[in-house]
Design a protein around this ligand. Structure first.
Ligand code: IMP
Ligand code: MG
Length: 182
């Protein structure tokens, strides 16, 4: 058992399940954005693993840009405070934005970012999220494309972290409570 596997209570999504679903999302989204000016906006760091797999399933042109924003401070509960520490380099005015997220939880992060893109004059703003935890929603926001709806559990792997660890786990699993209760 690897060091990471020891912290996992059970696997929620295997590498194979994720790969299959990511490809389906890519096919669906390529249809929509073919011949459009598409800018993928990714919120670092959790979504990078999903982004790199997802973008290679798109068969249309796209550009990338990144933001660093979070409403989490190393714990497992959202503080509800959004902090932007790195903004986009691109001008989003008139462009079709697809926000690529790892997980939609309280929705506070994404509702703020979506509003910001609209205020900056984006032609359209859609959201693709690999995971959706609707049970914990605080903001009125939904993703346009969802990989998997998951139960209200703290998950790690495939980019998602606990205290910056477990991002490199290839599958997605539920963390053992003793990992965060110490
Ligand atoms: P929201 O603003 O509450 O929707 O928070 C979204 C962000 O919180 C995600 O991009 C993740 O970085 C983090 N997050 C939410 N739930 C989890 C989880 O179960 N595991 C790891 N990170 C999470
Ligand atoms: Mg995170």
């Amino acid at each position: 058992m690897t060091q990471m596997e020891q912290g996992i209570e059970r696997t929620l999504l295997t590498e194979q399940q994720i790969a299959l679903r990511v490809r389906e999302l890519g096919t669906q989204i390529s249809e929509k954005y073919r011949d459009k000016d598409l800018l993928l906006v990714t919120v670092l760091k959790g979504a990078v693993v999903f982004l790199t797999d997802f973008m290679r399933t798109l068969d249309c042109h796209c550009e990338l840009d990144f933001m660093v924003a979070s409403s989490y401070c190393g714990g497992v509960k959202s503080t509800g405070v959004l902090k932007i520490t790195k903004d986009l380099d691109s001008d989003v005015k008139g462009r079709n934005i697809l926000i690529v997220e790892d997980i939609l939880d309280s929705g506070l992060t994404l509702s703020h970012i979506k509003k910001l893109m609209q205020e900056r004059g984006a032609a359209s703003v859609e959201i693709v999220t690999l995971l959706d935890k609707p049970a914990r929603r605080k903001a009125e926001i939904n993703a346009d494309y969802v990989g998997f709806v998951i139960p209200d559990e703290f998950v790690v792997g495939y980019g998602l972290d606990y205290d910056e660890k477990y991002r490199n786990l290839p599958s997605i699993g539920i963390l053992k409570p003793e990992v965060y209760t110490g």
